[in-house]
Design a binder for this molecule. Structure first.
Ligand SMILES: [Zn+2]
Length: 293
């Protein structure tokens, strides 16, 4: 099948031109392999990303297996810092199985690690979880917000079809100093509200989708010092690879599309994304990891 055919599976063969200034993939799931794919070895994924200027990644583990994977990966690779949480769809499942408290204890224990820099992804998902799961999901979101604040870590939010409740609960609880809406999916009005509150918005490949005009409008409404970029790999590959398996080496495709929307030169956007990421998560802190030139 042609690498550009829609509905393609697997990683695209194509490698984008390297970015002029190194950036951070703010949200990737190196532990997840899409059905039918060969696993992408972590070292290979990092190497391919580095080759195009994506030198630092935030690895996100959001179930107990993913958390275990993340703890090992951040010890093994200087290019990674970690995010851990129980995903909003995972919280009701664990609660129903009577395992939520044990799972919370495990998240809390792991989250104290110096290279775990963010609690996430947490939040609300009204798409996959039905109304019966909402109260426990909201409690779970509040628990993660509190944990981030107690440990002085950033917060990454998953918000699917739950914009109003996400904003309300953040307001009620008081958001951590560094709060990121991962894979932002709101519109212009929501972006303005988030900007007013000082939240960061992380844009994924969805910002390149043809039907995502609202998202591109939202991008233009927030200050440059609040913009982040991510893959959410293996999901959400940017156009022209939509439908393929995503990976951090495709970040340049999304960055260039965002720069065009913002009418900014690419180095300026790269520099902003790099600085914003280190402001939120702290420095990656290794000589081996390329920093902003
Ligand atoms: Zn994710």
């Amino acid at each position: 099948m042609s690498p550009h055919a829609s509905g393609q599976r697997g990683l695209p063969e194509h490698r984008p031109d390297p970015l002029p200034i190194d950036v951070v993939d703010n949200h990737v799931h190196l532990d997840i392999t899409r059905e039918g794919d060969e696993p992408f070895d972590v070292a290979d994924a990092i190497k391919a990303a580095r080759a195009v200027g994506v030198t630092r990644l935030v690895q996100v583990g959001c179930d107990l297996d993913g958390i275990r994977f993340t703890m090992e990966a951040i010890e093994a690779h200087d290019e990674l810092v970690g995010g851990i949480a129980l995903h909003p769809n995972e919280v009701p499942r664990l609660a129903a199985a009577g395992q939520l408290d044990t799972a919370y204890a495990e998240v809390e224990r792991c989250a104290t690690h110096e290279r775990i820099r963010v609690i996430g992804e947490t939040g609300l998902d009204y798409f996959r979880t039905g109304p019966e799961g909402v109260p426990v999901q909201q409690d779970g979101f509040r628990w993660h917000i509190d944990l981030a604040k107690r440990l002085g870590k950033a917060l990454q939010i998953h918000d699917r079809d739950a914009h109003a409740d996400v904003l309300r609960i953040l307001e009620e609880e008081g958001a951590p100093e560094h709060t990121v809406l991962h894979c932002f999916s709101g519109d212009l009005a929501m972006a303005r509200e988030c900007a007013e509150r000082g939240y960061y918005l992380s844009f994924a490949g969805t910002v390149t989708f043809k039907n995502a005009r609202d998202l591109r409008d939202a991008l233009t409404a927030i200050p440059l010092d609040r913009i982040l970029v991510e893959t959410d790999a293996p999901y959400l590959a940017p156009v022209p690879h939509r439908g393929a398996t995503n990976a951090s080496f495709l970040v340049p495709v999304t960055v260039r599309a965002m720069a065009a929307v913002l009418n900014l030169d690419v180095p300026t956007l790269c520099r902003a994304v790099s600085e914003n990421s280190e402001r939120v998560y702290g420095p990656w802190g290794s000589e081996r990891v390329g920093q902003t030139a």
